[in-house]
Write a protein that binds this ligand. Structure first.
Ligand SMILES: [Ca+2]
Ligand SMILES: [Ca+2]
Ligand SMILES: [Ca+2]
Length: 138
């Protein structure tokens, strides 16, 4: 038990805390009707939950709060910048259009549903790109 706790602390420090299990948990949290895929409606609901102050835009502060503890600020900020530019322009907010564009990007087979596999692939790409962009290599 102690070893597990120690390992958790270590991975948190290194920024490796976001594993498959957590990705699946987050996927299920978004899949509110539990049918195994995320629809555009469910994507929109998630966006509204992230938008704490209700101004229809997700700021970096709102974005970072929604991430798992242990993800470094640098990686988180790099990820935010990637999402901020999904709709083609950067304005320091993850807005509705960014969210829609992200959904379309993740939906590889264009059936308007995100499967766990599509979601996992996306999250791993984002983490890898964020680490590269932020220069956090650990
Ligand atoms: Ca669903
Ligand atoms: Ca907001
Ligand atoms: Ca799909």
């Amino acid at each position: 038990m102690k070893i597990i706790i120690l390992l958790c602390l270590l991975t948190a420090v290194l920024g490796y805390s976001y594993n498959n299990t957590m990705i699946e948990e987050d996927f299920r949290a978004m899949d509110t009707n539990a049918d195994g895929s995320i629809t555009n409606d469910e994507r929109e609901n998630k966006f509204r939950r992230m938008d704490v102050n209700g101004d229809s835009k997700v700021s970096f502060v709102e974005f970072h709060k929604r991430l798992r503890p242990g993800i470094s600020l640098a990686v988180s900020y790099a990820a935010f910048n990637i999402y901020d530019q999904q709709s083609g322009h950067k304005d320091n907010f993850y807005d509705f259009w960014d969210s829609q564009a992200t959904f379309n990007l993740v939906d590889l087979d264009h059936d308007n549903k995100l499967t766990l596999e599509e979601y996992k692939r996306h999250v791993k790409q984002i983490i890898e790109r964020s680490r590269n962009d932020s220069g956090v290599t650990a």
